[in-house]
Design a protein around this ligand. Structure first.
Ligand SMILES: *[C@@H]1O[C@H](CO)[C@@H](O)[C@H](O)[C@H]1NC(C)=O
Ligand SMILES: *[C@@H]1O[C@H](CO)[C@@H](O)[C@H](O)[C@H]1NC(C)=O
Ligand SMILES: *[C@@H]1O[C@H](CO)[C@@H](O)[C@H](O)[C@H]1NC(C)=O
Ligand SMILES: *[C@@H]1O[C@H](CO)[C@@H](O)[C@H](O)[C@H]1NC(C)=O
Length: 579
């Protein structure tokens, strides 16, 4: 038994000896099967530089999407500067940086908000000379910093963009351009983006016909342009980039003191060109605010971005590392804001509540009367009767249970308002899209209606106009006298108005609620219907343009009408003489 043991041991020793031999470079026994297909190298290093002033309203989303970039974080260093802010920017940045610091190669954050403004600026959205000077110096600092860090790439990113495309960095790098930026969509449906197709001799923006096919994505690719801003990737490995500068500007520079224009000239003077890449949707850029705009306008602009993104897949992501600060809510100066929603339409309810959260509106949900659950016994109990001779002029049919439910829902609100002695209320249905700058427009409109039509009863802010031209309220640019209209999407009601609507006992001669309102402000074309109601002295006004629109228009995919598709009322309810 001993002999085989020994042989085995000898064999092992021999093997160990051979293995030792192989640690020498030139091992003859296991000659170099070097796996040449292993070519993985680390991704290039990137320094991302971010300047932040008063961006608390965007930062949680800006950072949320920055985090989501599909690029190894240990190959990214961040350089962040926050100054001259009066909002929560510093708190948010600090919170975030504390949470993610270890994930990135480094984060260099400096916050200095001892000064909150520049002596020569007219407001927080004004780009004064001092402010430009300051930003130019910061941008030069950022550039120097990235060079000192031996970064392969510098990605200059403004805090008022939301980079939704997680592949942005990789896609830009794949272009192998010295300077390239992702084309961003404008936050509000204007033809605006973060590039110029033309620049005049002085360095100012020049609109060129070439701009449109690119911005509208009719031609796709990366295009040489004189200006890209807000999100710019530069390959610092090209030696020529060492000559680029914000400060000092290029020799003989006579253009405006403006960081992006100076840099564009610096690039041009080195014989380089920027590129804009539009092959994909990358994200959104907020439209810069003018001198007369306020920070509130900027905040509202971002609300609109959020509202729009809500209906898009996958929507905007907020950073999980930033404490969510719920926006304070109010009732827009009214006694109550109602939102009518069918319990079974939970997704609409959620969407509306999210919209209200974004807009800071405190709304009370009113469970709509569901036409599907209505029955004759109940309607009899309420004393509901159809208006004699009513037939939908379009479809030629009597009221549907859905329409009755809808009427009853609005009626419940009018009664609730009177029971509670509310002076003024707002009613929203649950399929509303808010216009950009909703709050500002709303308050402007209220100021106007309160001086120009102080005795208003009903004010539409969302409806379907049936006549093209309507008469303006004297001296107003925001209000019209509405003619025959459909829908009760959104309206404001005064107590006087509610009283007028209820006093007519409309349940006993019911027609659809959106026919009832025009009858009551006496702009209904059907005389036969009108004569059932008197006096028709409701003072009806409408916002022009409207402040809200429906999420889906009839005929569009996803359009579901809760009022028109339900079954019609049985004849014993329909005929008033039966009850
Ligand atoms: C060589 O490396 C590649 C890439 O990692 C791998 O897919 C492949 O299987 C390796 N080949 C051998 C023979 O180990
Ligand atoms: C903060 O900024 C002000 C000017 O805005 C400057 O005077 C001050 O030195 C700065 N503080 C620090 C610590 O950098
Ligand atoms: C972005 O803009 C393009 C036009 O350039 C448009 O087709 C596209 O729908 C927009 N995408 C989003 C998500 O807004
Ligand atoms: C009719 O509707 C009322 C109110 O929704 C409900 O309480 C009642 O049970 C219903 N009756 C029948 C027979 O469905």
């Amino acid at each position: 038994m001993a002999a085989p043991m020994l042989t085995c041991r000898l064999l092992l020793m021999l093997l160990a000896f051979l293995a030792d031999l192989c640690t020498f470079p030139r091992c003859e026994l296991f000659s170099g099967e070097y796996n040449t297909t292993i070519e993985a190298v680390s991704q290039p290093t990137v320094v991302i530089t971010i300047l932040v002033r008063n961006k608390a309203h965007v930062l949680p989303w800006f950072l949320g999407h920055l985090e989501k970039l599909d690029y190894p974080k240990h190959r990214i260093g961040l350089w962040i500067r926050n100054d001259h802010s009066i909002d929560d920017s510093a708190v948010i940045l600090q919170e975030w940086v504390d949470a993610v610091r270890n994930q990135y190669h480094f984060i260099d954050l400096e916050i200095n908000n001892t000064e909150t403004g520049f002596s020569d600026e007219k407001g927080a959205c004004d780009w004064s000379v001092e402010r430009f000077d300051h930003v130019i110096k910061l941008r030069q600092e950022a550039l120097n910093f990235a060079r000192r860090k031996w970064a392969d790439y510098l990605f200059m990113l403004d805090a008022d963009i939301v980079l939704e495309n997680k592949d942005t960095l990789t896609l830009l790098m794949a272009e192998k351009k010295i300077i390239v930026g992702p084309m961003l969509n404008a936050s509000i449906g204007e033809t605006y983006s973060n590039f110029w197709a033309g620049m005049d001799n002085k360095g100012y923006y020049q609109r060129k016909p070439e701009y449109f096919p690119v911005v509208n994505r009719e031609t796709l690719g990366s295009f040489p342009v004189p200006m890209v801003h807000s999100a710019v990737l530069m390959d610092l490995r090209y030696k020529i980039t060492e000559k680029l500068a914000y400060d000092p500007p290029p020799k003989n520079y006579r253009g405006p003191i403006d960081d992006i224009i100076i840099f564009a000239h610096s690039i041009k003077s080195e014989g380089l060109v920027m590129h804009i890449l539009n092959t994909e949707y990358f994200g959104q850029v907020l439209i810069p605010m003018g001198t007369h705009n306020t920070l509130t306008d900027d905040v509202e602009q971002f609300h609109y971005v959020q509202l729009e993104a809500m209906d898009n897949y996958p929507g905007l992501s907020v950073s999980p590392h930033v404490n969510f600060r719920p926006r304070p809510k109010d009732t827009l100066g009214f006694d109550q804001v109602y939102m009518i929603n069918l319990v079974r339409r939970q997704e609409r309810r959620d969407r509306m509540m999210k919209s209200f959260d974004i807009l800071g509106i405190d709304a009370k949900v009113l469970d709509a009367v569901d036409g599907k659950l209505l029955n004759e016994t109940y309607l009899k109990k309420l004393g509901v009767q159809m208006m004699p001779g009513y037939a939908d002029p379009y479809h030629v049919r009597p009221l549907t249970m859905g329409e009755i439910g809808c009427f009853l829902s609005h009626y419940k609100i009018w009664e609730d308002m009177l029971d509670n002695n509310y002076e003024r209320i707002i009613v929203f249905e649950d399929d509303v899209r808010f216009e950009p700058y909703f709050r500002r427009k709303f308050f402007n409109m209220m100021r106007e209606v309160d001086t120009k039509v102080p005795d208003w009863d009903l004010l539409y802010i969302g409806r379907k106009r049936l006549h093209r031209s309507e008469e303006w309220v004297d001296g107003s640019e925001q209000l019209v006298w509405p003619s025959y209209s459909y829908w009760t999407l959104s309206y404001l009601l005064s107590r006087r108005g509610a009283t007028k609507l209820v006093q007519q006992r409309p349940l006993q001669k019911m027609i659809p609620v959106d026919e009832y309102l025009p009858i009551m402000f006496d702009r209904h074309p059907e005389d036969d219907w009108k004569k059932n109601f008197y006096p028709r002295n409701l003072v009806g006004v409408s916002a022009e343009p409207l402040l809200v629109n429906p999420t889906h228009y009839t005929g569009e995919v996803n359009y579901i009408s809760d009022t028109e598709d339900s079954h019609t009322v049985d004849t014993d309810i329909e005929g008033h003489d039966e009850l």
